[in-house]
Write a protein that binds this ligand. Sequence first.
Ligand code: HOZ
Length: 423
Amino acid sequence: MEKRSTELFAEAIKYIPGGVNSPVRACASVDSTPLFIDHAKGSKITSVDGVEYIDFVESWGPMLLGHAHPEVTEAIIAAVKRGASFGAPCPDEITLAKKVCAALPSVEMVRMVSSGTEATMSALRLARGFTGRKKMIKFDGGYHGHGDAFLASAGSGVATFSIPGTPGVPDAVVSETLIAPYNDLQAVEDHFKRYPDDIAALFVEPCGGNMGLILPEPGFLQGLRDLCSKYGALLVFDEVITGFRVSYNGAQGHFGIKPDLTTLGKIIGGGMPVGAFGGRREIMEKLAPVGPVYQAGTLSGNPVAMASGIATLNILEKSDYAALAARVEKFCASLETIFAKKGIPVCINRIASMFTIFLTGEKVRNFASAKTSNAALTSKLFKGLRERGVNVAPSGFEVAMVSFAHTDEDFARTLAAFDDIKL
Ligand code: HOZ
């Protein structure tokens, strides 16, 4: 069933470190090897062995409309026919920037980059340039791409592979990074009290998405807003995952909190490589060429990525997020019933079209509790689902993504697969 994928992986590891271009997808932490994909459509991906899977990875988030949505595909083809890259402005950059600013009221100006990692790195530099301060707060298990300063107590692949620190990142860089447990306002306040004039920014995923899904407890995000305002630090919402997913207006729209800066990626490129960071005009105008904070990129504002993003947002603008959230809620409730029947303790965190199954009896509210999830069972679950035609993230520290293309039949088949697996 995975013969060709296995052959390709053996070939890939000769030329690509670990056989993959991003670590988690190597599937090592769940004692598996990657599926090589031939094509994808709607809620399904099909491997090079011709096996179709119901997909709950969705390219790690961008494909909220499902794979190869006809209107997005058409927009991409039309754009690429006009030229793949100009290295000069094109009208679609303005259209996408306007759409982002309209959807996220905290964003008055936005700069396009090519990935979420580039967005967060640039936002940090801008925050430091704007405030004249060096330190930054992030959360234990929070992941903001692989920029040096963020690789302290990071989630995603760093958590998946239990990498304590990364060689190549100078101590001096991460020594400016302060860590607090997610949902712990007191720990954040303690940092501010200790360094009242030194903290440039606080980076937070408004819903933790890289230690599995962790939801902000009531008052947590508002508390962060208040502390940042009090101490003159910038509140940066990393909405690379949550932007246009938790609601069309992002997590910030859903929770009603205005950050100073926002980082974006994934959905705003509709599957093409893209990232963006934006915020208040007075901050954004510190960027070159208006201001002194340098940031640049050959493929920034790429015309194909812009066209893909515009087509995606045009459809999402009219999409029924509440209806999708209700379907996901029903699905997760059914999953809870299945695990209860099996006698396996579970905590399924969910919001909008995302969920994570933590195999633990604890309420998962931060990285420490996320780590109580049973890794051996997670691995067994992953393999059992794959054998039954369901593709989920190969790690307990990631989020399952549902798209508007997922059908009731997909949910029913997935529930049947869970039911069938002996854990
Ligand atoms: N770090 C991303 C997931 N949170 C991407 C992983 C991948 O593409 O393999």
